[in-house]
Design a protein around this ligand. Structure first.
Ligand code: GLC
Ligand code: MG
Length: 696
């Protein structure tokens, strides 16, 4: 495959990149080169070209060189545009049309055109859009950062607003809209980006967005040891420096919510007894000279330290060097501490990966990127950042249970290796292949349909999944669907991570959303008619209000709340689902209420469930109920198991499915996880053959 990357910003060259030399020579170049370097080592990538812009500047002559060979597979090509000078990302847009023309000419002169273009940042997306229109080459898009998110941040900090930037942000958002609209596939780094940040765009289309975590440079952090000078920096604050340390490393801005952590610690005598608190909150000389936002939050922290009388238990060093950071984590690792990120929202969460690499468990905000990190690394727990009690309880739990601490610490150190460029490049190239149609796939007119739950049914045993995948590959007339409590992106990223076959149909968010895979590509399309049908009788706001004061339940993280799904946790209350259902009936609201794993509760429109969604899909495919198999393991599967005759419960089921009379017809498979699905299909096929015989 020939992959053409387009990246127009900053000072881009093949080696010794001058990071930080100006505002645009930063993260996106690191990302691009990390990805390209890893791709070179994958056979599928036969030729790699990075197209950037040529310019004259006092940063050196390299940036005007038309062709730079980087390796045997990779080269950088530079095209000049009417303006010969270096231009910032805000100024580049004016050069886009001319740039696209030069690129199109260059492509025409190549022995073969690129199979795919990967556009980095919105302006490159627009160039790729023009190339696609003219030459029909598909493109994928990675935004690196989104104008709308920046815009919100600007608005939150009203007062610092600057009309110039507002105008360029508006232009950028418009350019992003075009790049999003025409891309075959968009690569996002986290669920927060895929499900929340992009959803603010007009051209948002979730089925064309895939999460592929970026690589992270963690070499300096892997197993980082403590260092004496760093120990001293911290210990001079502490009466019992030998205690475990709860550490937070963040700039003290309001969004990072460090005061809530001090409050959590200050309110809990038990936590103070168990651990010290260490805040690495930037560097300062005189607090009163800092930006107002920063000095306000530092003053608040100092006030709380005094209020709760935390002297001798909390360290907040005045200065530290960037090179000290690994040893700061090392300090906490040595004392069996915990890394805490209580931010109100954390778009990605690099510090959580650093902590994982060092080998410390984490407690992190349930809002934003940490969701993905905890999902992949299983290295800690998510908490509601507005609840000091939630934060304190999670810390107490981990400190009190050495086995739990060990399992989080070692799982994190192991799994963090998945955030590397090699797996990123592998996943990207697999998708690119599907986009270019080189990997012939897609849904045919099926004769049968298999719908499986994901967690603890399809997934749970890697060996069982491998056996299942091999079996499915030999069933060309079987459409494969999943039905999961997860959102589309959460489901897709766990399936890709576990190398499951790609489903033809995705029923997600407990049946409240349905997506179909495109006929010859990896894109999915949401079913608008399903959304329309289940909207009937759904009063989301009314339900939220009715449940506001209900004791014993709390909302799941913001990403789990969808247009047609409200989800809660009820850790200590097996009757919670019944209680919610009663409450809703009492106030005259209709909904489907469902509990699973004795801790999750989902509330959906009255017409939505995995069961009604499977029925909807079955009819769309023109199949009879006997041509459909469904498989599940827990409470949120009951509706689909109940409604379909060929219903399979895998051996490792929970939520007392066996004692439910409405599931009497199910086949309770002898084997666990995906092997249980195979048992069930074989069982029902055998039963049908038997029937056919006895009729004959
Ligand atoms: C998944 C979802 C969660 C839901 C649960 C049970 O874990 O992420 O929101 O409550 O499934 O359906
Ligand atoms: Mg399950």
């Amino acid at each position: 495959m020939f992959v053409l990357h387009i990246a127009l910003q900053g000072c881009l060259r093949g080696s010794d990149v001058q990071y930080g030399i100006n505002a645009d020579t930063g993260g996106h170049i690191r990302y691009l080169l990390g990805m390209v370097e890893a791709s070179e080592r994958i056979a599928k990538a036969e030729r790699i070209v990075i197209a950037t812009r040529a310019f004259e500047s006092n940063h050196g002559a390299d940036y005007a060189v038309p062709r730079e060979r980087v390796s045997s597979k990779t080269e950088i090509v530079r095209f000049a545009t009417p303006n010969p000078d270096y231009l910032t990302k805000e100024e580049l847009w004016s050069e886009v049309p001319a740039y696209a023309e030069s690129l199109i000419d260059w492509i025409g002169a190549q022995p073969a055109p690129p199979d795919i273009i990967h556009a980095h940042y919105a302006d490159a997306g627009v160039v790729a859009g023009i190339v696609r229109e003219r030459l029909g080459i598909p493109y994928t898009f990675v935004a690196h950062s989104l104008g709308r998110v920046k815009m919100d941040a600007f608005r939150d900090n009203a007062g610092t607003e600057n009309p110039d930037s507002m105008e360029s942000l508006e232009r950028r958002i418009e350019i992003e809209e075009r790049a999003i609209r025409d891309a075959s596939l968009i690569v996002a780094s986290s669920r927060d980006e895929a499900e929340f940040q992009y959803s603010q765009y007009k051209n948002y289309d979730p089925g064309r967005i895939r999460i592929i975590p970026p690589g992270a440079e963690l070499a300096a952090f892997r197993g980082a040891p403590p260092r004496l000078h760093v120990d001293r920096l911290i210990n001079r604050f502490l009466t019992h420096p030998e205690k475990p340390a709860l550490i937070a490393i963040a700039r003290p801005v309001a969004k990072k919510n460090l005061a809530m952590l001090v409050k959590a610690y200050g309110e809990s005598a038990q936590l103070q007894e168990m651990a010290n608190l260490v805040l690495i909150a930037g560097n300062r000389s005189d607090i009163s000279h800092l930006e107002p936002e920063i000095s306000n939050s530092l003053n608040e922290i100092l006030r709380l330290i005094d209020l709760y009388d935390l002297y001798g238990r909390i360290a907040y060093p005045k200065v530290h060097l960037p090179s000290d950071v690994p040893a700061i984590y090392g300090y906490a690792q040595y004392r069996r501490g915990i890394f805490i990120n209580p931010a109100l929202n954390e778009p990605f969460g690099l510090t959580l990966l650093e902590a994982a690499a060092v080998g410390i468990p984490i407690i992190a905000t349930d809002s934003g990127g940490p969701n993905d990190i905890v999902e992949i690394c299983r290295n800690g727990e998510l908490v509601d950042p507005s609840s000091s009690d939630d934060i304190a309880q999670a810390a107490i739990r981990m400190l009190a249970d050495p086995a739990l601490w060990d399992s989080y610490a070692s799982a994190g150190a192991r799994a963090v290796k998945r955030f590397d460029w090699r797996s990123h490049a592998k996943r990207y190239l697999r998708l690119a292949e599907a986009v270019t149609g080189k990997e012939g796939i897609g849904i045919r007119q099926p004769r049968e349909l298999l719908v499986s739950d994901i967690d603890n049914t399809l997934l749970g045993s890697r060996d069982a999944l491998a056996e299942f995948s091999e079996w499915l590959a030999g069933e060309p007339e079987m459409a494969f669907a999943i039905a999961s409590g997860r959102s589309f992106h959460s489901a897709m990223s766990v399936l890709e991570q576990e190398e499951s076959p790609l489903p033809d149909i995705m029923i997600t968010s407990v049946g409240s959303e349905i997506y179909y895979r495109a006929e010859n590509g990896p894109e999915y399309r949401a079913d608008p008619e399903w959304a329309e049908w289940i909207a009937e009788g759904w009063d989301r706001a009314g339900i939220l209000a009715a449940l506001q004061e209900l004791p014993g339940i709390r909302p799941q993280s913001p990403l789990e709340q969808r247009r047609f799904k409200l989800s809660y946790l009820s850790p200590a209350n097996p009757e919670a689902a019944a209680m919610i259902a009663e409450r809703l009936i009492a106030v005259g609201l209709q909904a489907t209420v469902m509990g699973s794993h004795a801790r999750y509760i989902d509330i959906l429109p009255p017409r939505a469930s995995k069961g009604t969604a499977v029925e909807f899909v079955r009819k769309r495919l023109g199949l009879e109920t006997r041509q459909v198999y469904v498989a599940g393991d827990s409470g949120n599967d009951v509706e689909m198991l109940r409604l379909l005759p060929n219903a399979i419960v895998v051996g490792n089921f929970c939520d007392q499915l066996r004692s439910r009379p409405e599931l009497d017809h199910c086949h309770f498979a002898p084997r666990r996880y995906a092997r249980g699905i195979l048992d069930g299909v074989a069982y029902f096929r055998g039963a049908q053959d038997g029937q056919a015989l006895s009729v004959a």
